[in-house]
Structures are given as C-alpha cells and as structure tokens.
Design a protein around this ligand. Structure first.
Ligand code: FES
Ligand SMILES: [Fe+2]
Length: 403
C-alpha cells in the first residue's frame, strides 16, 4: 500500500500540467485539446525533454549520412548532445559529446568531419573511433594516469529503416518495443534502401506538438491547402491500429494523381515493393516523439522535429528516393519538394498563428472533431505521458479514460 501511495505521490509531483485540465484530453468522447501550459511553459518543455526525449528514442538522422569509417557528426539529442561515429568495422556508434579531460564538446552540433581520430579542440586529447582515449598530450606516463580509464561515454543507439535513433538516458524500453508494428506499415516502401535526394530546413515559431497535431489532421486542408486538395481528398483515408509509440494512418490520391505534386504527376518510378492498392495511397506516421514519416508511392518524405524553445521548433524535411532514381541522369526531385515546400509554408503559418493563440489569456481548451481522431490519439499519448512520467503507448481504437 505504501509503495502505491509513494508512486501516486511521485506521479502527482511529476505531472507538469494541471491534472484536471489534462483529464479532458484523455477521454475519447468529447476529447479536448491540451491545456495552454503544454504549449507555452518553459518548465513543461524541460519536463518533455527529460521524459519524452532523453527518456525515449529520438531520431537523429539518416545512417547513410555517415557512410565511411571515420565519418562523424555532432547532433542534438533532447537536453543532450551526442557524437555519432562510423567505426573501422562499419558499425555506427554514439557517444556523449563530452571530452573526458575537462568536458569540452568534441564537435559543435551540426558539424561533420572524417578521420581516424576524434580530437578535442581544447587540449587535443584524441580518441579512436571506438571511443578509447589514444592520446593525452603532456600526460606521458605520469603517476597513476592510464588512458584506458578515460574512454568516451557511449550512448545507446538503434538503426531502423535507415534512420538512427538514440536514447540519451539509457533507460528507454528496447527499440523494438518502442517502434512496435510500424515496420509492418512502412516496410513495403523500403525506406532502408532509399537515399536523400533533397533536404530543407525550417525554423517554425510554434511548439513542437502544434506541428505534430497539424500533421495528423486534414480537417484544415480545405481552408489552407488548395494545392493538396487537388491531388488528395481531405476526408479520405483512415487511422491505423498501432502497437508501439506511434500513431498515423492513410489518405488516398485522387484518380488522376500518381503522387503528391502540384499536378499529381510523378517524375520517378514507383517504389518497387508496394502491395496492391498502395500506389493509390499516401501515409502519415509519427514515431514518438520527433519523426514524421510520410510514404508516397514514389518517395518517402520525413519531418524531423527538434524543439528549440516552447514556441520554436527546428524542422528538417527530407525527401528519400531509390538510389537508382537519384543516380539517373536528369532526375529532378523538385516536383515533390516544390509541392511540399508550398504545403509546409501553409502549415507553418497556421501553426505559428495557433502558437500566438494558445499564448493568449483568451485561450481555452477546444474540442477535437471526428476528423481529428489521430490528433486525439497523439494528445492522449502526451497527456498520459505527463501523468506516467514516460512515453505512453498509443491508445487503441477505444481510448481509455483517466481515473
Ligand atoms: S577538455 Fe578536451 S582536451 Fe581538455
Ligand atoms: Fe497541413
């Protein structure tokens, strides 16, 4: 009994947002949007960084960007920073981006380099690609100093479908459990075989969850996406039943459209392993917390979100095609990038307006429509996560009610 009470007390203390307001975000009938604090409070973002990002599996990019032995890159990882390194055997490793001497960062976030040694820019300690300390200028054989005592501290990583995920706390559930059955949903698109044909970065003045919520519904499409509505009926598609920390579903293409582009025309071959019917659909999935995966018949688009502040999010958008397509002379992915760049811009303007709205003292939680069922699942995951202190599994078709 005592331990149950302790747990309850801990949960109450840990919940970063008012529990009564959260309860309205957990019910399936009459479900409400999240309370304002979830979008505007710095303390809530800190809590999310700790529990939803550091405590879970964050996507940090594509494995293919570190192709050769010695390739490395420093990345943001929730509260932390990590150094991704391709070692001599071809294995990808990750370490905290912290020198074992006096803690200088080994590389600046976003920086890439290649070479056999990772050299700290402060006093030039040098590490091998396995993280072992190889050189510490001036230490020689000084008393009691053994290089073996100062390897870089490893970070847990997983590679899946060509993406790299890292768990900073080391305490997340196994990656297989986290990703659940999402591989069954996107497997035919063969993302692991695809390569990045184009990339676009955005800074959006909105909370990361506002971007996610916007992604999960097309209720707004008739109002703000005239181009999208020409190639994909906004009310089409369905939610998919998930096992794991993901939510999402499908939408259909209009009869005349081969893919999502301004004309509906595709300028790339269809991906080779699609099942019957998949050439008529586009899918929209989120693997919690930060990767949005949108498989199309001919390419896969992703949005990778990095929260910068409660009201600011960095977005890296990538378009992945088969290697043969990208290497075909004259191939130009702009039919896909142009369409989504226009659509992204429309979405970011809406998200930034919502951010200004939720920051107003006039904001109240509003009800989610039947066309926002995937938003509802995401909101329930976030609300349940706040209560449980960790990433929650996606709710099933019949959402549970908080007690
Ligand atoms: S802090 Fe890295 S060598 Fe001194
Ligand atoms: Fe949109």
């Amino acid at each position: 009994m005592k331990s149950a009470m302790d747990r309850l007390e801990r949960i109450v203390l840990m919940t970063p947002v008012n529990r009564e307001l959260l309860a309205r975000s957990l019910i399936s009938e009459g479900q409400m949007n999240l309370p304002a604090a979830a979008y505007v409070d710095a303390s809530v973002l800190r809590w999310e960084m700790e529990h939803f990002f550091d405590g879970s599996w964050v996507c940090v990019g594509r494995s293919e960007d570190l192709r050769n032995a010695g390739d490395r890159r420093a990345v943001r990882l929730g509260h932390e920073r990590a150094l991704l390194v391709r070692d001599e055997s071809g294995k990808l490793r990750a370490f905290y981006n912290v020198c074992r001497h006096r803690g200088h960062e080994l590389m600046a976030v976003g920086e890439t380099a290649s070479g056999r040694f990772v050299r700290c820019p402060y006093h030039a300690w040098a590490y091998g690609l396995d993280g072992e300390l190889r050189g510490a200028p001036g230490f020689g054989k000084s008393d009691g100093f053994d290089k073996a005592d100062y390897p870089l501290v490893p970070v847990r990583i997983a590679e899946w479908q060509g993406w790299v995920f890292a768990n900073s706390s080391g305490e997340a559930v196994p990656f297989e459990e986290h990703v659940g059955n999402l591989g069954d949903m996107i497997g035919n698109h063969g993302a692991g075989e695809l390569v990045t044909a184009a990339r676009q970065d955005y800074e959006v003045e909105a909370n990361w969850k506002i971007l996610v919520e916007n992604y999960h519904e097309c209720y707004h499409c008739p109002s703000i996406h005239p181009e999208l509505c020409k190639v994909s009926p906004p009310k089409s598609g369905e939610d998919h039943e998930s096992r794991g920390a993901w939510v999402g579903g499908s939408m259909e293409l209009e009869d005349h459209a081969e893919t999502m582009s301004l004309t509906g025309e595709s300028f790339a071959p269809r991906l080779p392993h699609l099942a019957a019917g998949q050439e008529r659909e586009v899918y929209y999935y989120q693997i919690f917390p930060n990767l949005l995966i949108s498989p199309h018949p001919d390419y896969v688009m992703t949005h990778r979100l990095t929260p910068v502040a409660p009201d600011r999010t960095h977005v890296e958008c990538e378009w992945l095609f088969s290697r043969e397509t990208v290497e075909t002379e004259g191939f130009d992915p702009s039919y896909a990038t142009e369409f989504w760049h226009i659509t992204n811009g429309q979405d970011w303007r809406a998200c930034e307006s919502v951010q200004r709205g939720v920051s107003s003292r006039g904001y109240r939680q509003g009800p989610l429509s039947p066309e926002e069922s995937t938003v509802g699942k995401f909101v329930a995951m976030v609300a349940r996560g706040y209560l449980e202190g960790r990433v929650a599994q996606a709710p099933g078709r019949t959402s549970e009610t908080v007690q």
